[in-house]
Design a protein around this ligand. Structure first.
Ligand SMILES: *[C@@H]1O[C@H](CO)[C@@H](O)[C@H](O)[C@H]1NC(C)=O
Ligand SMILES: *[C@@H]1O[C@H](CO)[C@@H](O)[C@H](O)[C@H]1NC(C)=O
Ligand SMILES: *[C@@H]1O[C@H](CO)[C@@H](O)[C@H](O)[C@H]1NC(C)=O
Ligand SMILES: *[C@@H]1O[C@H](CO)[C@@H](O)[C@H](O)[C@H]1NC(C)=O
Ligand SMILES: *[C@@H]1O[C@H](CO)[C@@H](O)[C@H](O)[C@H]1NC(C)=O
Ligand SMILES: *[C@@H]1O[C@H](CO)[C@@H](O)[C@H](O)[C@H]1NC(C)=O
Length: 467
C-alpha cells in the first residue's frame, strides 16, 4: 500500500529566531537566520510570523493558492477522505499565519467540525481493524493530527492510540520512524530500544531511502528535545549530511514528497549549509505547483505547505496546548500504564517470533553455523541461546554470572582469550549476516544477553574475532 507520511520538521537549534525573508525570484525565498543557538522555549504562536511586504506577496501567490485548493477539496462531511489528518495538521500549523492568511483559514467552528469528522474516522478505523488492518503510518498520522489539535492521543476516548502504535513495532524502517515521531510528539516514553533502532538506521543512512532517512532524522530531532537524550544530538550530523548530499541538479530529492520531507528534516541545521542548496529545493517545490494551487493532491499539498512555510509537524510537540515540558518528566513511567490501557488488537495473544542465530569463528569466518528459532516475542536472547544449545550441540556455551547478568565467554568450544584479544562479540542485525559484507561495529548489541529481547525478523550473530 502506498502511503504518504506526514511531513514533520522543526527548528531545534534556532527555534524562535528572527529571520529575514528575501525575494530571490518571484517564487523563491531564502531564509536567513540572524541568530543562532537560541534554545527552544518559544511557543509556536510567537514564532516566525513574516511581516514584510515581499513575504506577504509570496504568501499571497503560493501559499494562499495551495490553501484555497485544500479548502476546495473538503467533502460535505467536513473531512478530506484519506487525507483528513494531514490536511488538518497543516491547517492547524498554518494558524500561526492567521494575520496574513486573512479569511482563508477555516473558522474555529469549521475546524471543530473537521476535527469531529477525524474522530469518527479514527473510531471507524479502530472498529474495523479486523477486516482492514491499521497500518502504522496511518495511525501515526492520526496521532500527530490529534496532537496538533491539542487532543492527547494517549487518551482518545479512553483508548491509548500511542500504546497501540508502539505495541507492535513496525517492521519497516519508515513506518517505525514515523510511529516513533508520533509517540515522541505525544510526549510518550520512547524506549531505549527504539532510539537504538533509529540510530541504527541513521548510521546506515546510505543504505536507506531518502524518505526513511528524513523521517528518522525528524524522529531523532524530536527525541533529543528531551533533555535526557541531548547527548544524542551529535549523532544527527552524519546522516543529515548524507541526506543533504543527495540533492539533485534540479534542486529536488527525487520527487515532491521526498523533497518536502528533506526540507523539513534539514531545515535550520545551519552547519549543513555547505552541503545543499535550500533555495534550490524550495524552487523545485514551487515550480511544481499546479495552476489551481495544488501540489498534486490534498495530502501532498499539505506536506509541501508545511515545508514551504517552515512549519513542519515537528513543531507539533512544541505547540502550546496547556501542556508544559515539565509534564513530560512525570510521564516517564507511562509505558506500563499505556500497556494496560491498550485495548486494540489481541493483546492477550502471546505471539511467537522467528529469529536466526549464527556463529562465526575467526576473523575470516573459518567456521559458521546458523539456526532458526521460534519463541515468544519478548524472550531474552539468553533463553534463545539455551534453546539453541538443546537443539544443536554446536551452540553449546558457557557463561559466568555477574550482578548485571550473564557474560558469555565460551561458545562452540572456543573460549575468549583476552591475552590474544580474541573475544565473542554479539551483533543484532536486520538481515542474515553475510561473510562478504561483515557487520560494522555499531551493530554490536548494545545490551547483554539477558536484556536483549527478541523481535520478529532479528538476526543475531556471535562472532569470535580478534579485536
Ligand atoms: C542555489 O540555487 C539557486 C536557485 O537554483 C541559485 O540561484 C543559487 O546560485 C544557488 N546557490 C548556490 C550557493 O549554489
Ligand atoms: C486472542 O487470540 C487467541 C489465539 O489466537 C484466541 O484464542 C483468543 O480468543 C483471542 N482473544 C480475543 C479477545 O480476540
Ligand atoms: C584471513 O584471510 C586473509 C586474506 O584472505 C589472510 O591474509 C589471513 O592470513 C587470514 N587469517 C587467518 C587467521 O586465517
Ligand atoms: C559456512 O561454512 C560452510 C562450510 O562449512 C561453507 O560451505 C558455507 O559457504 C559457509 N557459509 C557462510 C555463510 O559462511
Ligand atoms: C510458540 O512456540 C512454542 C515453542 O517455542 C510452542 O510450544 C508454542 O505452541 C508456540 N505458540 C504459538 C502460538 O505458535
Ligand atoms: C512477555 O510477555 C508476556 C505477555 O505479553 C508477559 O506475561 C511476560 O511477563 C513477558 N515477559 C517478559 C520477560 O517481559
Amino acid at each position: 500500500m502506498v502511503y504518504l507520511p506526514l511531513i514533520l520538521g522543526f527548528s531545534l537549534v534556532a527555534f524562535g529566531y528572527s529571520q529575514d525573508l528575501e525575494l530571490q525570484t518571484s517564487l523563491t525565498v531564502e531564509y536567513r537566520d540572524t541568530t543562532e543557538s537560541t534554545r527552544i522555549t518559544t511557543p509556536i504562536t510567537e514564532s516566525i510570523i513574516p511581516s514584510d511586504k515581499t513575504t506577504e506577496k509570496y504568501i499571497e501567490s503560493s501559499i494562499k493558492n495551495a490553501l484555497r485548493f485544500l479548502i476546495s477539496q473538503r467533502e460535505t462531511d467536513w473531512g478530506w477522505r484519506n487525507d483528513t489528518p494531514k490536511v488538518l495538521t497543516a491547517l492547524k500549523l498554518l494558524n500561526a499565519y492567521e494575520d496574513v492568511l486573512d479569511g482563508l483559514l477555516p473558522s474555529a467552528f469549521e475546524m471543530q467540525l473537521s476535527s469531529k469528522q477525524m474522530e469518527i474516522e479514527v473510531v471507524i478505523m479502530l472498529w474495523r481493524h479486523h477486516e482492514l488492518p491499521i497500518t502504522p503510518s496511518q495511525l501515526a498520522q492520526y496521532c500527530l493530527a490529534l496532537s496538533a489539535l491539542c487532543y492527547d492521543p494517549r487518551q482518545f476516548h479512553g483508548h491509548d492510540l500511542i500504546g497501540t502504535l508502539q505495541h507492535h513495532e513496525a517492521p519497516h524502517d519508515l513506518d517505525f520512524a514515523y510511529s516513533t515521531l508520533a509517540a515522541c510528539t505525544a510526549r510518550a516514553h520512547v524506549r531505549k530500544k527504539q532510539i537504538r533502532r533509529l540510530l541504527d538506521i541513521a548510521n546506515t543512512a546510505k543504505d536507506h531511502n531518502i524518505d526513511t532517512v528524513a523521517m528518522t532524522i525528524l524522529a531523532l530531532r524530536c527525541v533529543v528535545m528531551d533533555h535526557r537524550h541531548r547527548n544524542l544530538q551529535h549523532s544527527l550530523r552524519r546522516p543529515s549530511i548524507s541526506l543533504a548530499r543527495q540533492q539533485q541538479p534540479d534542486g529536488g530529492f527525487g520527487n515532491l514528497y521526498n523533497t518536502a520531507l528533506v526540507l523539513q528534516a534539514l531545515d535550520d541545521l545551519n552547519e549543513l549549509k555547505s552541503y545543499w542548496n535550500k533555495t534550490a529545493a524550495r524552487a523545485y517545490l514551487e515550480s511544481r505547483q499546479d495552476p489551481d494551487g495544488a501540489y498534486t493532491d490534498a495530502g501532498l499539498t499539505s506536506d509541501v505547505l508545511l515545508a514551504i512555510v517552515d512549519k513542519g509537524l515537528g513543531m507539533v510537540r512544541l505547540m502550546e496546548c496547556g501542556r508544559h515540558e515539565n509534564d513530560y518528566e512525570n510521564n516517564v513511567e507511562i509505558e506500563g500504564l499505556t500497556k494496560s490501557l491498550s485495548s486494540h488488537g489481541n493483546d492477550s495473544e502471546i505471539r511467537n517470533v522467528t529469529i536466526t542465530y549464527t556463529l562465526w569463528i575467526g576473523s575470516n569466518m573459518t567456521e559458521n553455523c546458523t539456526i532458526s528459532i521460534t519463541a515468544p516475542r519478548n524472550t531474552s536472547f539468553y533463553s534463545v541461546m539455551q534453546m539453541a544449545m538443546e537443539m544443536d550441540s554446536h551452540f553449546a556455551f558457557e557463561a559466568s554470572e555477574w550482578p548485571n547478568g550473564h557474560y558469555v565467554h565460551t561458545l562452540a568450544g572456543y573460549k575468549e582469550e583476552p591475552m590474544g584479544y580474541n573475544y565473542w562479540l554479539l551483533y543484532r542485525l536486520p538481515e542474515l549476516p553475510d561473510p562478504s559484507a561483515p557487520p560494522a561495529n555499531q551493530l554490536v548489541a548494545p545490551v547483554g544477553v539477558d536484556d536483549l529481547l527478541i523481535e520478529e525478523g532479528d538476526h543475531y550473530l556471535f562472532w569470535y574475532k580478534k579485536l
